[in-house]
Design a binder for this molecule. Structure first.
Ligand code: GLY
Length: 374
């Protein structure tokens, strides 16, 4: 192994050890509670008694973290903790929108894959049915949120749940809808330069109308996390299908993402910004890193992917150096520098999905990781 590789391995090992100190302290402090949004890196928590009132798309990741800890360490106490959190999570009412993948893949699908938890399986299948209600054949897309005549780019990731639902039930309708949605994104969301628009509108008959944004800077800019979710969605769908169009799409998206980082190799919250003083979104960066590592694992001899992987490693080294949290008695988050929604909640946040993908990226870099999401 070269010295550079050895140094990287040491840095990633130190980073994951630090992360586990924080995670263990969090789990001890929180007890059986699920994290959601944070205030200055301290998470709001939902318990068995309050879960009925929870309505946040972010909560699947707080359940996914202990599943990932179990996968990395093989330590049974993480498995028991994750299973108990999953049971609590199953008490959360369904949110009737397109966010079913982020909610149910890292939580209930992980639980079902890990332990055969049948309650978790039924909840995840119910979520796939909720998602199917968002689908419209007039345009072939999953409508966003309260069934508006539009979709958001990030839905590419959420459709991964439907692939799992087709596998488990033998009903191809779930995956068929996902496939149609991905084709629609390839046609309308991905621009010729490989960037994405966030929101695509249609009329009632399914004729495409204008492209706008909800979380990005402007209609013609590229919201970084939308781009990252889309990359991860196409990478995981490629794993299931080996469809070369998904691979080409992934490459196009990833080349754009990694060509538009700031001087520290981190994405700003919108890829129109690249300056040293512009606001970063570390959550977008770690999702994009996981997408590249997933694809590079599938195609280890691909030179272009190898180059993307080198860039992804630089991003991780920079996040560890500049945004990882040190073990102390207060901050729950593993990394800071996240932007949940620039228009509403500002910058430099700890985000539970940023933490999840930071940990997943470290696990991917240190082991031969297979996500449960398949
Ligand atoms: N709606 C998904 C996200 O904000 O990343």
């Amino acid at each position: 192994m070269s010295n550079d590789k050895l140094n990287c391995k040491r840095i990633f090992t130190d980073a994951i050890e630090e992360a586990f100190l924080i995670i263990d302290r969090n789990f001890n402090k929180w007890g059986l509670k699920i994290p959601d949004m944070s205030n200055a890196g301290v998470y709001r928590l939902w318990s068995m008694d309050t879960i009925q009132n929870a309505d946040s798309w972010r909560m699947g990741f707080g359940v996914g973290i202990p599943w990932l800890c179990w996968q990395y360490t093989g330590d049974e106490h993480y498995r028991d903790y994750a299973d108990k959190l999953t049971d609590i999570f199953c008490g959360m009412p369904y949110i009737p929108d397109q966010c079913q993948g982020v909610l149910y893949l890292p939580s209930c699908v992980s639980a079902y894959k890990a332990t055969g938890n049948s309650n978790a399986k039924q909840r995840a299948l119910g979520a796939a049915d909720v998602m199917m209600k968002q689908f419209t054949q007039n345009g072939n897309y999953f409508m966003a949120y309260k069934r508006y005549k539009n979709y958001v780019a990030d839905t590419a990731f959420n459709t991964v749940l439907l692939h799992w639902a087709s596998d488990v039930t033998g009903d191809g309708a779930y995956y068929e809808a996902a496939k149609l949605h991905l084709e629609t994104e390839m046609k309308h969301t991905i621009r010729p330069d490989g960037s994405t628009c966030h929101v695509q509108w249609f009329d009632d008959s399914g004729t495409p109308l204008e492209k706008t944004t909800a979380q990005g800077y402007s209609f013609d800019s590229c919201w970084a996390r939308g781009q990252a979710w889309t990359m991860l969605g196409f990478a995981l769908h490629y794993r299931f299908t080996k469809n070369p169009a998904y691979l080409d799409t992934f490459r196009h998206l990833a080349e754009y993402f990694f060509a538009n980082l700031n001087p520290d190799h981190i994405s700003c919250w919108d890829l129109i910004f690249r300056g040293a003083n512009d606001t970063v979104d570390t959550a977008a960066s770690v999702i994009a890193v996981c997408a590249v590592l997933e694809m590079a694992k599938q195609l280890p001899d691909d030179t272009a992917l190898f180059k993307l992987k080198e860039k992804a490693v630089l991003t991780m080294l920079s996040i560890i150096r500049n945004y990882s949290v040190s073990y102390d008695d207060y901050i729950h988050s593993l990394i800071l520098g996240g932007v949940d929604n620039m228009h509403h909640s500002g910058e430099n946040q700890g985000l539970i999905y940023g933490d999840y993908f930071y940990l997943e990226a470290l696990v991917r870099l240190l082991t031969d990781f297979e996500t449960y999401w398949q």
